[in-house]
Design a binder for this molecule. Structure first.
Ligand SMILES: *Cc1c(COP(=O)(O)O)cnc(C)c1O
Length: 426
């Protein structure tokens, strides 16, 4: 049933490290062979063996309208016919930038890049350039892409400068990165006692890379306040949550607002895009207006802009989409929770807009360390069982899930039924 994927995986491993171009695709945390995908179809993925899956990953977030949305496809094809890239300005960039800043009181200008990694890396450079400070503060379990200074793990303790979490990253590059515990205000204050040179706090205000953990409102307020007191900029990394959790991402859900916001995923609708945005005073520091250098040969690529523009306009034309998506997310998580309760399996769930998460855990995890106390064997059993039954969830408990507009209540009910079959034997 997975024969072709097994062969494709063996072939891929000969020419691509680990057979994949991004490590999470390799299924290392749950074991087994990742299905190789032939095509998408609405809410479903079809692999090269012909297996069909209800897709709760959606390319890790971008595909809020599911696969092969007709409007996005048409916009892309139309744009492709005029050329793939010009290395010169095009009107599509202005249009997409306008769609983004119009949503926010605190954003005036956007710079487009080609990935979320580039967006966060550039946002940090901008924050350092604007404040003239060197240190940055990030939280354990938040992922902001794979640039050197963000690949950091806790050193001797929390609220200290971190050590590299990957070979190839010199300790000299991470000695400016303070690492702090998520949702821990005391810890945050300690960081600011350690350094008076903090250029920015970067945070996933709704974390989707240590499982799904929204930050406490009080914690975000504390981040905002401590930034204001210290001439430090607050960066919301909304690469995953932007246009996902609400039409204004986290900023539409919580009161504390950021100075700089990074985007990716949904704003490219499946094409490679990232962006960072701020007010005009801060963005004035960016080249060519200002001295903070940042560039990209394919940045603002017209095909990617066309895809993102169509997607955002569809979302804005029908803002009720988010209530509908959340109702489905709640239907799914409530259903899964009821099944888990029935079999006395400790299980935690959460949703925001079209995003959801679940943990096989006694406690509701509030930070990365607490996620580590969850039951990973149960998660692996659940993941394999669901995959076999045609439900494609992220292959790690450290990831979030996504609902698309083309998913139906019947799809979700079928998923809950399949979960019952698996949890019954746990
Ligand atoms: C996916 C993600 C990134 C990195 O984006 P890439 O396009 O994979 O480089 C950064 N931050 C967050 C919050 C993300 O979810």
């Amino acid at each position: 049933m997975f024969e072709k994927s097994i062969n494709a995986y063996e072939d891929a491993k000969k020419v691509i490290p680990g057979g994949v171009d991004s490590p999470v695709r390799a299924f290392n945390s749950v074991g087994g062979t990742p299905p190789f995908i032939a095509r998408g179809e609405g809410a479903y993925l079809i692999d090269i063996d012909g297996n069909k899956y209800l897709d709760f990953i959606q390319s890790w977030g971008p595909l809020i309208f599911g696969h092969c949305d007709k409007d996005i496809e048409e916009a892309v094809i139309r744009t492709v016919m005029d050329g793939l890239s010009f290395g010169a300005p095009s009107v599509l960039e202005t249009e997409l930038a306008r769609e983004i800043v119009e949503m926010y009181d605190n954003l005036d200008k956007v710079r487009f890049v080609s990935s979320g990694t580039e967006a966060t890396m550039s946002a940090i450079r901008l924050a350092r350039g604007v404040t003239g400070k060197n240190d940055i503060l990030k939280f354990e379990g938040c992922y902001h892409g794979h640039s050197d200074s963000l690949l950091v793990q806790a050193g001797s303790g929390m609220a200290t400068f971190g050590t590299p979490s990957s070979p190839g990253v010199p300790a000299d590059l991470t000695k400016h990165t303070l690492l702090c515990e998520y949702n821990n205000i005391e810890n945050l204050k300690k960081c600011f006692e350690q350094s008076s040179d903090i250029a920015c706090i970067i945070i996933e205000p709704i974390a989707g890379n240590m499982g799904f953990i929204p930050a406490d409102i009080e914690f975000l307020k504390a981040c905002r306040e401590i930034c204001d007191e210290n001439n430090t900029l607050l960066i919301y990394d909304e690469v995953m949550t932007g246009f996902r959790t609400s039409l204004k991402g986290t900023s539409g859900i919580v009161e504390p607002q950021a100075d700089i916001i990074t985007f990716g995923k949904v704003i490219g609708a499946g094409m490679p895009v990232g962006a960072f945005a701020s007010n005009k005073e801060i963005m004035a520091h960016l080249s060519p207006d200002g001295a903070v250098y940042q560039a990209g040969t394919l940045s603002g690529n017209p095909v990617a802009m066309a895809a993102g523009l169509t997607s955002l306009r569809k979302l804005k034309a029908n803002p009720a989409i988010y209530d509908d998506l959340n109702a489905k997310a709640v239907r799914l998580t409530t259903g899964l929770k009821e099944v888990a309760n029935k079999y006395n399996i400790p299980f935690q769930v959460n949703t925001r807009g079209s995003m959801f998460g679940f943990f096989f855990c006694d406690i509701d995890p509030k930070n990365f360390k607490e996620v580590g106390t969850c039951n990973f064997d149960r998660f692996a059993t659940f993941h394999h069982g669901m995959l076999k039954r045609g439900f494609y969830f992220a292959c790690s408990q450290y990831e979030a899930g996504f609902i698309s507009t083309v998913m139906t209540n019947e799809d979700i009910d079928a998923c809950i039924k399949a979960a019952d079959e698996i949890m019954k034997d746990m």
